[in-house]
Design a protein. Sequence first.
Length: 207
Amino acid sequence: MTLTEVLVVVIILAVLAFIFLPNYVSNRSHPAYRAQCVTNLKQIGLAYFVWAGDHNDKYPMQVSVTNGGTMELANGRNAWINFFVMSNELNRPKVLICPLDAKSILATNFGRGFNNSNISYFVGLNADRDYSRMFLSGDDNFEIGGVSVKSGVLELPTNISIAWADTRHELCGNIVFADGSVQQLNTETLQQALEQFGIATNCLAIP
């Protein structure tokens, strides 16, 4: 390849980057996508509250399987089951996908084949309405020590160093708390929220 050909390739790549990179950045920061994620989590929080209203103010993770809950199935591989048992309250699986989550797949229904790949949001396994600042659900793109968390149970002691992976809301994320409120947190406020749980360790099911 001649020097001229190399220069042509470099120029083409620069032009493509100029065209597509700004679109990528602006899409990730677009207020509509952030607003949709917040709306999803508000609906999820409401679904939990409605479900709890029919189960002695307990969330699915606090209720035995024999009584319609998910207590014995509380692990990351089964994160989807916590949303499955609330399918009547959620109405449609679309609310379980963050619009900026490129890895999850939109399910058409809660029937056969619905699983963790259809979910963008974690499940707060210890969430309790008596502890309003505990994490009930939210974006699951966490990093611990610079490493993205994997599917499974994530134990979060209050002194752990946690951050958002830069894959969705530009180093921010959305959390729905056990009282049903939804907040967008950056890494600093995420750490502060973790310290306000009310218990030493909170466990999250990462789909």
